[in-house]
Design a protein around this ligand. Structure first.
Ligand code: ADP
Ligand code: MG
Length: 474
């Protein structure tokens, strides 16, 4: 690479580094803004970009639940059915069985009755197979928790109307309908005697799954393809709630925090372009409302894409990769977050993995070691900013709960799930150390971040258990 090109490429990276800086003072401001938005969202419907939706889950599992419960998890291309046998405080989960089923693509854009009919039929098969082995019901109705990771408007713990489909789904006649009623109807057609006891999303499921084992768990957070958080709020701290206060005094809030915005967020030209292009065509740039900007800065769907945009600029401006064909490098979302994670963790002396990823995914061959080093640095800047902003969000929740400073007698555990957190080691390490930095040495002793595996699967069954278990007592 010519010296002038190197200098120009280094300038692009230096600019990026500067614009992505997240000094502790900025993170404290972001955390304070998050706590502020949380309070605003609880005050009044529509008062904050952070929606702070009531989940209507007022009884989280305690670990004492007993019996057989079912869970159904629908959120992507697969759905999962599972059954757990809960043995109470000493034994916890005695047995669990699950089955994963791929949804035929034609059903993702068909009719509501076809989709739910398919799901109910698979569920019925699962139940029939299972109960050949055990007679678990003792005359009781089967209870099911349903994890449905699409935007819904809930009015009770076991009902919710679909606001819109996301991901690969688009079934028009389901929008505006109560998804629980649709599922219940389909199950009845199958002759399946089962009651949907709870409708939740994956963040709430993660919270419930972790809380079952540990009463110190205060929040459940997802850093996967997208990001979201849920936490336990005091029911009397929710002014917008008009119903009767629950006997537990608690309410789980589904924050929908991907839409959080603060002017302190370090947004670069690359993020802005990404954001603009995701707006509906025809909307004017001057009306540009930041659409899910916090999610774009902190979740797996976007980190690879941000890096791709920087690489493209560096290549076009400084020809850092030589005379290459830019077709692939210009293709949106071709560079995925697992790729940048692999490059970022490359410890070979000549950055062999970086060379390989650039070649296999972007058709960039014959890169110099200097260029590869810059690529790693870009991954580092983008992932570190993500992890530090993610930590600031968590600090915001702790702040809202009054657990962000001073030593606390009670521990505060934050349960996190999602592929980004699970697999991107440097993201995870940076998130954890930054949270420690933000809450300070004393409070850090009582704050724990924990990986909660498979919350969305088992969490729904556990909430079904906790919701139904105490019904007879009340
Ligand atoms: P979802 O959020 O769709 O329910 P997951 O929690 O499994 O699914 O997260 C999947 C996301 O995690 C992917 O979209 C990707 O961005 C991220 N991811 C998966 N594997 C890795 C990896 N090895 N390194 C970094 N990110 C990863
Ligand atoms: Mg998931």
């Amino acid at each position: 690479m010519a010296a002038a090109a190197v200098a120009m490429a280094e300038q692009v990276v230096a600019d990026l580094r500067e614009k992505c800086e997240t000094p502790v003072s900025l993170l404290h401001d972001v955390a304070a803004a998050m706590a502020h938005e949380m309070a605003a969202g609880l005050e009044k419907e529509g008062a904050s970009k952070v929606k702070m939706l009531l989940s209507y889950v007022d009884k989280l599992p305690t670990g004492g639940e007993e019996g057989f419960f079912y869970g159904l998890d629908l959120g992507g291309t697969n759905f999962r059915v599972l059954r757990v046998q809960l043995g109470g405080n000493e034994k916890h989960v005695i047995n669990r069985e699950s089955r994963e089923v791929t949804i035929p693509p034609n059903l993702m854009s068909g009719s509501s009755s076809e989709l739910f009919g398919f799901i109910a039929a698979e569920l019925a098969k699962f139940v029939a197979d299972e109960e050949k082995c055990t007679n678990s019901l003792n005359g009781k109705k089967r209870e099911l928790g349903f994890t449905f990771s699409f935007p819904v408007k809930q009015r009770s713990v076991a009902s919710g109307t679909l606001v819109k489909w996301t991901k690969a789904f688009s079934i028009d006649d389901a929008v505006g309908e109560d998804v629980v009623a649709e599922l219940q109807k389909a199950m009845e057609k199958q002759g399946l005697d089962m009651h949907v006891a709870a409708l939740i999303n994956d963040a709430v499921g993660t919270l419930a799954g972790a809380r079952y084992y540990d009463k110190d768990v205060v929040a459940g957070v997802i850093f996967g393809t997208g990001t979201n958080a849920s936490y336990v709020e005091k029911a009397d701290a929710i002014p917008k709630w008009e119903g009767e206060l629950p006997s537990s005094g608690d309410m789980v809030i589904n924050m929908e925090w991907g839409n959080f915005y603060s002017s302190r967020l370090p947004v670069t030209e690359y993020d802005q372009d990404l954001d603009n292009e995701s707006l509906n065509p025809g909307e004017q740039a001057s009306f540009c409302v930041k659409d899910n900007i916090y999610e774009k800065l902190t979740s797996g769907m976007y980190l690879g894409e941000i890096v791709r945009r920087v690489l493209l600029k560096m290549s076009l401006q400084a020809s850092i990769f030589g005379d290459i064909d830019h077709t692939k490098l210009k293709t949106h979302f071709l560079l995925r977050t697992p790729h940048i994670s692999a490059m970022h963790h490359d410890e070979t002396p000549d950055l062999k993995i970086v060379a390989e990823k650039l070649e296999n995914n972007l058709a960039i061959t014959g890169t110099s070691l200097e260029a590869r080093k810059l690529v790693v640095e870009i991954c580092d800047i983008v992932a570190r900013r993500a992890a530090r902003l993610a930590a600031a969000g968590l600090a915001g929740i702790l702040k809202k709960l009054g657990r962000d400073c001073n030593a606390q007698k009670q521990g505060s555990v934050i349960a996190i799930d999602g592929g980004l957190f699970e697999h991107y080691t440097k993201f995870r390490e940076c998130l954890e150390s930054t949270l420690g930095e933000l809450v300070g040495e004393e409070a850090a002793k009582s704050v724990v971040v924990k990986h909660a595996d498979d919350g969305s699967g088992i969490g729904a069954a556990l909430i079904a258990a906790s919701q139904s278990q105490y019904k007879s007592v009340e």
